[in-house]
Design a protein around this ligand. Structure first.
Ligand SMILES: [Zn+2]
Length: 231
């Protein structure tokens, strides 16, 4: 992987969170990360500070860094913020999409459906997140796109904690109707479909759920390792 060690750590942790390989509450030990990435602890601390600024990692005094565990209240706030931002994105995106955008989004829906059908959870989560981020790109506001990128990451943690199957719950027919409205440049339909889609996502949350079992940091960040090699 090219780039600074801290950027590699940030990228790997974000990818792992986005694919629910690193669930909420996982301890991110400085020593374990520096061993895993072959870098010093100063690099690790810079990476953890960057992740904390993005609200996906929590730095607890004298206890170290943990993947953020959003409370039910934070979960509600994240979805409220997503509704506000994605309604604006929907309004701005209407009339701005190119044939390439429409083709990308239709392909994305097929990929998400295939991932769901084959039980490829990381692929499903990635596709679902890419769908929402592409709409932000089409809207042409990079500030909103950056906010949404952080909010979708936090949503993945929330869904992992509070959604019964830990799934993305992005219904493919809802995404398909959003693309239809985008193609028709129907701004009103786009805003209302986006709103109801996010309401359905939020309605699927169950705050009585217990947090899921944790894997080790090494298992989650190094999925390419052969488990039979473990000692
Ligand atoms: Zn969706």
């Amino acid at each position: 992987m090219p780039g600074l060690p801290e950027d590699q750590i940030v990228g790997s942790v974000l990818d792992a969170i986005a694919e629910q390989r690193l669930p909420a509450g996982t301890k991110l030990g400085e020593q374990a990360l520096s061993d895993l990435f072959g870098c010093n602890r100063a690099n690790v601390r810079r990476a953890l500070a960057t992740l904390a600024a993005q609200h996906v990692v929590e730095l607890r005094p004298n206890r170290g860094a943990y993947v953020m565990t959003p409370s039910p209240r934070e979960a509600r706030n994240v979805f409220q913020a997503r509704r506000a931002i994605e309604r604006t994105i929907a309004r701005e995106a209407a009339g701005r999409s190119t044939p390439e955008d429409i083709a990308f989004l239709r392909r994305n829906i097929t990929e998400e459906a295939q991932a769901k059908a084959t039980g490829d959870k990381p692929g499903e989560l990635r596709a679902s997140r890419d769908f929402h981020l592409r709409l932000a790109r089409i809207a042409g506001n990079d500030v909103l796109e950056r906010f949404l990128s952080e909010l979708t990451m936090r949503s993945t943690l929330i869904l992992g904690l509070y959604s019964p199957q830990g799934s993305s719950c992005c219904a493919e027919d809802e995404h398909a109707r959003i693309v239809d409205a985008l193609e028709r440049a129907d701004s009103e339909a786009l805003v209302s479909l986006t709103t109801s889609h996010l309401e359905h996502l939020e309605a699927g949350l169950n705050f009585d759920d217990k947090p899921r079992a944790k894997l080790t940091l090494e298992d989650q960040l190094a999925p390419w390792r052969d488990p039979s090699q473990a000692v």
